[in-house]
Write a protein that binds this ligand. Structure first.
Ligand SMILES: Cc1cc2nc3c(=O)[nH]c(=O)nc-3n(C[C@H](O)[C@H](O)[C@H](O)COP(=O)(O)O)c2cc1C
Length: 207
């Protein structure tokens, strides 16, 4: 019995030593109007399983692709879709989320949100949070390959990268629009892993 207990506690302390997870963090998960929006449901679940608080913010277009109810249930938190959702606090909800976020992750990120972020627009909560937060920002683009390689998108991506915004993907493959090429959302497991990496890096747990 005592041996068993010792073995179990050794196991636990070994786990503690190798643990690079930064503990519970607040992730704002932005979802935009891409056909890949349904994959944000699995991403929200993974981030919750990784032990984080997830606050989903959807663009109005994203709600055409996946319901706020699905993401609210999986994230276990209310979903923001409008500036006027916040009814309980005197502080605007988007500013609360911007301040609270340890990471702003937008997956999938459309050509449109990338352009809005590059130009500092703020006509909906997700774009406003991107301006107001000082947390790291990770974008996982998904779009038609010609949209991705258009000089306007290339310039917007470069502009954002020069400001420290990080990108994961897109990857090559069959696209929902019928084309094959670069534009698919990166694998959600890898997106969740990169999110974890950025959170750990923020805490200087890894270089
Ligand atoms: C069926 C369908 C699929 C779409 N998929 C994408 C996509 O994967 N990526 C993208 O950039 N735009 C896509 N769009 C166009 C966006 O929905 C449109 O640009 C919209 O304004 C994006 O708004 P948001 O970025 O505010 O969510 C799609 C539109 C439709 C109707």
């Amino acid at each position: 019995m005592e041996k068993d207990f010792k073995r179990r506690s050794d196991k636990m302390s070994a786990r503690k030593v190798v643990r690079i997870r930064p503990g519970t963090k607040s992730i704002v998960l932005g979802v935009t109007g891409s056909i890949a929006a349904y994959k944000s449901a699995e991403l929200a679940s993974l981030l919750i399983k990784q032990g984080h608080q997830v606050f989903v913010v959807m663009t109005p277009e994203a709600t055409e692709f996946i319901t706020p109810l699905t993401l609210q249930t999986l994230s276990k938190n209310p979903v923001t879709t409008s500036f006027y959702d916040e009814k309980e606090s005197w502080r605007p909800g988007h500013i609360n989320l911007a301040d609270r976020a340890n990471l702003l992750l937008i997956a999938p990120a459309t050509a449109h949100i990338i352009a809005e972020l590059a130009h500092g627009l703020a006509s909906h909560p997700l774009a406003a949070i991107a301006l107001a937060t000082r947390a790291p920002i990770l974008l996982a683009p998904a779009m038609n390959g010609k949209m991705w390689s258009h000089p306007a998108t290339v310039e917007n991506v470069e502009k954002l990268k020069s400001r420290g915004v990080e990108f994961i993907g897109p990857e090559e493959g069959m696209l929902a629009c019928g084309y094959e090429g670069l534009g698919r959302l990166w694998k959600v497991d890898d997106i969740a892993f990169r999110a974890e990496f950025l959170l750990a890096r923020q805490e200087n747990l890894i270089a």
